[in-house]
Ligand binder design. Structure first.
Ligand SMILES: [Zn+2]
Length: 194
């Protein structure tokens, strides 16, 4: 699993106290918008955000939170936040909605720019480097009721893509896996260190 180095910096400019911690992540859950590229979603994930925590040093409230990958995993799972709860129902209940935003992604993913610098020759990835290869795409097909279900496209050892849909297993063209149709339904992207 990836390890992320999270930094909090106090908003009080006279203090500016920084604290760091390492977090183990099962996956990285990414916000998505129409037409976004998965690399841009990852960059935004690690960017500065405002959080309301009290500073241990000066007691002021408010800090900027940012993150970098400290240790790269062998397998990386990216979760696209396609399913979202929306309020407004009776008694404040949440209704789950499925977004069909297009997310583009390629077969290769380089995380070098998102890793903690100066971690040796191979960066956060050690000797293996920071390049990943797409191995599997899990997507949700259909509506968010009993008619919808999950299907998976996976890359085999011979470099061929297969589609797993309940009991049906069929060959798939790589261009189809990387197409916009899949990009509107993709829910989990599984990468392996190249
Ligand atoms: Zn402070």
């Amino acid at each position: 699993m990836p390890q992320v180095r999270v930094t909090l910096k106090c908003n009080n400019s006279e203090c500016g106290f920084e604290r760091e911690r390492i977090e183990d992540m099962r996956d990285l859950s990414l916000d998505i918008v129409e037409g976004c590229d998965v690399t841009a979603c990852l960059t935004e994930y690690f960017e500065n955000t405002e959080v309301s925590v009290d500073c241990e040093q000066c007691g002021c409230e408010g800090a900027r939170k940012s993150g970098l990958i400290d240790t790269l995993p062998k397998c990386l799972m990216l979760h696209l936040k396609r399913f979202r709860g929306e309020g407004g129902g009776a008694k404040g209940s949440l209704t789950m909605r499925k977004g069909s935003e297009l997310v583009t992604f390629g077969k290769a993913l380089d995380l070098e720019g998102l890793c903690v610098p100066c971690k040796g020759a191979g960066g956060a990835g050690g000797a293996g480097g920071s390049n990943f290869e797409l191995k599997s795409v899990v997507r949700h097909v259909g509506a968010l009721d009993s008619s919808g279900h999950y299907v998976t496209d996976s890359l085999g050892k011979e470099g061929e893509w297969m589609n797993y849909n309940d009991s049906r297993v069929e060959k798939r063209e790589e261009s189809d896996v990387l197409s916009g149709a899949v990009g509107r339904e993709a829910y989990l992207l599984m990468y392996e260190r190249a």
